[in-house]
Design a protein around this ligand. Sequence first.
Ligand SMILES: Nc1ncnc2c1ncn2[C@@H]1O[C@H](COP(=O)(O)OP(=O)(O)O)[C@@H](O)[C@H]1O
Ligand SMILES: [Mg+2]
Length: 218
Amino acid sequence: MSLALVLGGVMRNYDGEPVFGPFSHTFEAGTTSVVMGPNGSGKSTLLRICAMLEPIDAGSIRFYDRDEELNQDLVLRRRVTLVFPKTTVFRGTVFDNIAYGLRIRDADPSSIVERVEEALVSVGLSHKIRQEARTLSSGEAQRLGIARALAIEPELLLLDEPTASVDEKHTAFIEEFIMSLGKQTRTTIVMSTHDRNQAEKLTKQILVMKKGIIASNP
Ligand SMILES: Nc1ncnc2c1ncn2[C@@H]1O[C@H](COP(=O)(O)OP(=O)(O)O)[C@@H](O)[C@H]1O
Ligand SMILES: [Mg+2]
């Protein structure tokens, strides 16, 4: 199943200064939402909060599977993943880079090869499986980052400006991929971008952020 996410009056301060919120919004299960806004508007902060990688100073964040509210424990964390604007590539092959996330989640070893291969097909990188990951181009590395996220079959996939550092060809590929994943309802997707055309291509659920709050809503 996919997850729903309800933020109520969430606020985040840095050095005593309020920089984010109050932010209230429901991301419905199985939908694709895009958060749009200029640099510094709070997109990355929002995604880190949704990924439970950043504490909040006020308000609440709740995760639901159908009507059941979930504990924010390791089990939930394993159902959620955040792709950063620039993928960090580890030493080793493309295969190793994707398998790592499965191994630390105690995936069944016999399923690892299959899941890595499937994830690479999804992002069109199958032919690079044995390549040293650090020799990938930046566009390929970003696709690797997405494959790494996909391999763990997240129910909430958070993508922070996934096309910010890649060229047009890779951008088109990543957009296509997000659209096709969005058509299935297994995964709830929240992506950030500063590109309005891209946002409109991907979904009608567009939140425009300005100075840490929602400036307009669908
Ligand atoms: N770790 C941090 N320490 C202090 N200020 C931060 C930190 N992270 C983000 N901020 C501030 O929070 C605001 C929102 O930043 P961010 O979420 O990165 O915006 P965006 O991703 O839209 O560019 C900015 O003013 C930024 O300077
Ligand atoms: Mg950012």
